[in-house]
Every structure is written in structure tokens, then in C-alpha cells.
Design a protein around this ligand. Structure first.
Ligand code: C2E
Ligand code: CA
Ligand code: CA
Ligand code: CA
Length: 277
């Protein structure tokens, strides 16, 4: 094991480091995260709102650094994307998610595993090959894999993404548009890409009980999805009232603290076993 870079952490910990110094420190710490076994993959269940049954789970990356402690993905994923480290992270996430999916499908064969993919990852030609290899090795059903693609500028830069999506479609892997409505979505784009799933961001769900605007947005998203032949997942459901509202709009799948927080893999397996009865 390599010694830790004491000086760098000393520099990082003093309070008045600039934002760019923080980013550099995080980027270089992140480079070692895989090697030093600091990453883990949590799962948050997704529930079929019509039947109450388990639909699947979203894989969410966690990073525990010995000095920095828990670094939230909202902080380190953008740094990973801009520094190029995202490629290695994504490969690690995909591999780990499919290893886990293999174990999950032993108790729940129809379980859908959702994996977050950066728009930049889509331009890589080797990722579809990685999927083919892993799906074959683990004898997994491609149609039980959902890639969650966050809206971003890159995603809207043109025809490349459509080609990339076709590579995944040929394999049979499904594609979701994540954080729908928060970014760059245009309706024309939505129609052209033909996403299998539309994911409503938690910012529209958290206050749905008392925000008329959020109700309107959620209802409209469900209507659009239905017309386009996609189904809808709502994240950030924290209480039964929100769930009932979304259900009444025709939202098929729910995810949020009301059902469960993201869980470490062992805890997720226990949760599944418990809920399978
Ligand atoms: P996301 O894809 O929108 O994931 C949903 C986030 O909402 C997760 O945060 C989840 O823990 C949180 N969440 C779920 N239900 C609730 C709820 O009821 N209430 C509240 N307050 N929050 C809820 P998390 O795990 O911190 O991840 C943040 C973001 O980091 C993700 O947002 C995603 O964009 C990114 N991310 C996480 N894992 C990965 C990964 O493996 N690869 C990539 N590229 N991005 C990832
Ligand atoms: Ca997601
Ligand atoms: Ca996202
Ligand atoms: Ca979101």
C-alpha cells in the first residue's frame, strides 16, 4: 500500500483553500479510490405503484475516503466528468452493478437494475462491448438493465448520441432520461430518442403535496410519457400523500425515502428478501 500524501491532505484541510484547489485535491484522491477500495455501490428500491411489488433498484455510487470521509456523488461526479476519471468510475460501476444483479436475480429474476451513465460515457465505443461481455459471462437478461442518462449539454450536441443509443438498443439494454425537466430537454428531442423510461427529478416531487406548479409538471410529464410510449419513475417520494398524487397521474414506478433510503448491498438483499415475504 502506498503511503498517504500527508502534505496534500494538510493543504486540503485548511479552510481557505480555493475551490479549484479543492477540485484538484478531490480529482487526485478520486484517481486512487478504485485501487484503494474506497468505492461502494448502494441500491435504492423502485416500487411498482400499481401492484406494490418491487420493480428494481437504482445503483448509487458511494465514496468513503480515509481523510475526507464521505464525499457525496453530487460533489465528485462532476469533478470526475471534467477530469476524465469518469471513464474508470463508470466501468467500475457497471461491472459491480452487474455482479450484484447476478446475485439479486437469484432471488428476484425480474429485478431491473438502473445504472447512472454520464453523457460522455455514451460516446465510448468500448462500453457496449463491456456490457456484451458481462451479460454473457453472468448470463443476465439485457432487458433488465436500465441506463439512466442525465440531461446535459453533451446529450444535446447532436446525432452521435442517437447512434450511441442504437448500440445499446441492439444489445437490448434499456435507456431512461434522468432528472427530466431540470436541464436541456426539448420535446422534439424526447420524441426523436424514444426513451424507454422518463424519470421525474425529486425537485418536482418533494413539494408535490402543496405546490400546484409541481403537480402540473408531474401530471404533464406522465401524460407526455404515456403518449410517447415510455413509462414514468418518480424519485424523491417521501410520504404516502405524494405517492398517491403521482399514482393518480398514472406514474408507474416510485422511488424515495418513503419506501427506503439507498442501502448497502447486503442491506438491500435483506430488504428485498423481507419484502418478497
Ligand atoms: P440521481 O441520479 O438523481 O439520483 C437520485 C438521488 O436522490 C440520490 O442521491 C438519492 O439518494 C436521492 N434520493 C432518493 N430518494 C430520495 C428522497 O426521498 N429524498 C431525498 N431528499 N433524496 C432522495 P445520491 O445518491 O446522493 O446521488 C446524487 C447524484 O449523483 C445522482 O442523482 C446521480 O446524478 C449521481 N450519481 C450517483 N451515482 C452515480 C454513478 O454511479 N454514476 C454517475 N454518473 N452518477 C452517479
Ligand atoms: Ca439517476
Ligand atoms: Ca442523474
Ligand atoms: Ca435526480
Amino acid at each position: 500500500v502506498k503511503p498517504l500524501h500527508g502534505e496534500r491532505w494538510h493543504m486540503f484541510n485548511i479552510e481557505n483553500v480555493t475551490l479549484s484547489q479543492r477540485r484538484i485535491a478531490i480529482a487526485s484522491a478520486l484517481k486512487e479510490a478504485i485501487e484503494f477500495d474506497q468505492l461502494s455501490l448502494f441500491f435504492q428500491p423502485q416500487i411498482d405503484l400499481n401492484t406494490g411489488k418491487i420493480h428494481g433498484g437504482e445503483a448509487l455510487l458511494r465514496w468513503e475516503h480515509p481523510q475526507l470521509g464521505h464525499v457525496p456523488p453530487d460533489l465528485f461526479i462532476p469533478i470526475a466528468e471534467s477530469s476524465g476519471i469518469i471513464s474508470d468510475l463508470t466501468e467500475w460501476v457497471i461491472t459491480q452493478a452487474l455482479i450484484y444483479q447476478k446475485q439479486i436475480t437469484a432471488i428476484l429474476p425480474e429485478h431491473i437494475v438502473s445504472i447512472n451513465i454520464s453523457a460522455k460515457d455514451l460516446l465510448r465505443k468500448d462500453l457496449p462491448v463491456l456490457f456484451i461481455t458481462l451479460l454473457d459471462e453472468f448470463k443476465l437478461n439485457a432487458s433488465n438493465i436500465m441506463l439512466e442518462l442525465t440531461e446535459s449539454a453533451t446529450l444535446f450536441e447532436g446525432v452521435d448520441i442517437k447512434n450511441a443509443l442504437n448500440d445499446y438498443r441492439l444489445i437490448g439494454v434499456k435507456i431512461a432520461i434522468d432528472d427530466f425537466g431540470t436541464g436541456y430537454s426539448s420535446l422534439a428531442y424526447l420524441s426523436k430518442m424514444g426513451f424507454d423510461e422518463i424519470k421525474i427529478d425529486k425537485q418536482f416531487v418533494m413539494n408535490i403535496e402543496y405546490s400546484k406548479n409541481d403537480q402540473t409538471i408531474c401530471r404533464a410529464t406522465c401524460d407526455i410519457a404515456k403518449s410517447l410510449g415510455s413509462y414514468v419513475v418518480a424519485e424523491g417520494i417521501e410520504d404516502s400523500q405524494s405517492m398517491i398524487k403521482l399514482q393518480s397521474y398514472g406514474c408507474e414506478i416510485g422511488q424515495g425515502y418513503y419506501f427506503s433510503r439507498p442501502l448497502a448491498f447486503d442491506a438491500y438483499m435483506q430488504w428485498l428478501e423481507h419484502h418478497l415475504g
